[in-house]
Design a binder for this molecule. Structure first.
Ligand SMILES: Cc1ncc(COP(=O)(O)O)c(C=O)c1O
Length: 361
């Protein structure tokens, strides 16, 4: 548990911007949310459940776990639900970390790993990346007797890059069993590559792996705050001991239980993302930018001319009512991240990028 003194050295997480002063209609491509609202069936459920908001939710998210286990063919006893996968990341740190412990996090990873580790008084060791790709050798050489947790987002946010299954298999085998490995698979649904493994298949074999998942991305429920993890039952019972009694609100539980079973809706959204991810990547690659090969619902881009060019580009996009994510607080001030939007939003985005580079001499 942190002290106020510890918190002095921790910066609060800065979420992607969602507003531009003086503009009502903005194109928000800054937080990797689904650009589509919930399906009609989910909306109907939300409306219905809202009428009983006076009652506490069911404490164990039983129906939601049933739906998740049906959808992903998992044992429901190995599922834990929470107020966003974010809550789970915090609970894991609370559970395993104390002063003097070390946590290994690859450079340029999702920021909350570092924040929660530091809140719990642990020392963060940043492993190297190679052109932003996770370098497993560097993680292995960073392990010490004090290492308690290794975090890997696969695919990673903000880079969109992933570790292939073979590398992950070999890496996991080499990790001492007393170290917890968190595989954050927030964007797993978007990936159909044969060499991608979200981590679910490791749970039977390894007791030290926790795979986190979210309803904030493909399922379009970011605002309801709903996440889950898959791990062994020993860890689930520990998480159950430290979570709040009603950590998942009822609207989220019931909406999630419907959304996760709408396979056709999911299929359409995956297809939309696949088509537009490629189109946006292809179009932006024609410009003087380094466009990375993301497989998620966002694209990671480096401005070849550096920070000043990134600042001019961002300013220009804001003038066109487009909000993207700058990555200064990820220590990548020359880079940006752009979420895949609706067809209309993507076309406007591509047009704005083109006109910027036509005029930016
Ligand atoms: C890699 C990664 N993990 C976790 C989260 C948090 O997700 P949630 O909305 O479930 O808290 C995000 C959100 O952007 C993310 O990118």
């Amino acid at each position: 548990m942190s002290t106020v003194k510890t918190l002095k050295n921790i910066s609060a997480y800065q979420a992607g911007e969602s507003k531009i002063a003086g503009k009502n209609d903005v194109i928000k491509l800054s937080s990797n949310e689904s650009p589509f609202g919930p399906s009609q069936k989910v909306l109907d459920k939300i409306k219905k459940v809202s009428a009983t908001a006076n009652r506490y939710p069911e404490s164990g998210s039983v129906q939601l776990k049933d739906s998740i286990s049906k959808r992903y063919k998992l044992n429901k006893k190995n599922i834990f639900c929470a107020n966003g996968s974010d809550e789970i990341l915090g609970l894991i740190c609370q559970l395993y970390l104390t002063k003097g412990d070390e946590v290994i996090i690859p450079h340029n990873s999702f920021l909350m790993y570092e924040i929660y580790s530091k809140i719990n008084n642990a020392k963060v060791i940043k492993s190297k990346t190679i052109d932003y790709n996770v370098d497993v050798k560097s993680i292995l050489s960073s392990i010490s007797k004090k290492t308690k947790i290794i975090f890997i987002a696969n695919p990673n946010n903000p880079t969109g890059l992933y570790l292939d299954k073979l590398s992950l298999d070999q890496f996991i085998k080499k990790i001492p069993k007393k170290i917890i490995i968190v595989l954050d698979a927030a964007y797993a649904e978007y990936l159909s590559e044969n060499d991608y493994e979200s981590g679910m298949s490791y749970i039977k074999k390894y007791d030290n792996i926790i795979v986190t998942r979210t309803f904030s991305k493909i399922y379009g429920l970011a605002s309801l705050r709903l996440g889950w993890c898959y791990t062994n039952q020993g860890i689930i019972s520990l998480l159950d001991k430290i979570r709040g009694p009603f950590n998942v609100n009822r609207i989220a539980q019931e909406a999630g239980a419907v959304a996760v079973l709408e396979k056709n809706v999911e299929k359409k959204l995956i297809s939309h993302n696949k088509i537009w991810l490629k189109k946006v990547k292809d179009e932006l690659s024609k410009l003087p930018l380094v466009v990375y090969d993301s497989q998620a619902n966002f694209i990671f881009i480096k401005c070849k001319k550096g920070i000043k060019e990134k600042d001019r580009l961002n300013k220009y996009l804001l003038s066109k009512s487009i909000i993207i994510r700058t990555l200064d607080n990820y220590n990548m001030p020359e880079c940006i991240r752009v979420t895949i939007g609706t067809e209309k939003e993507n076309k406007i985005l591509i047009g704005a990028f083109k006109s910027f580079f036509k005029n930016d001499k």
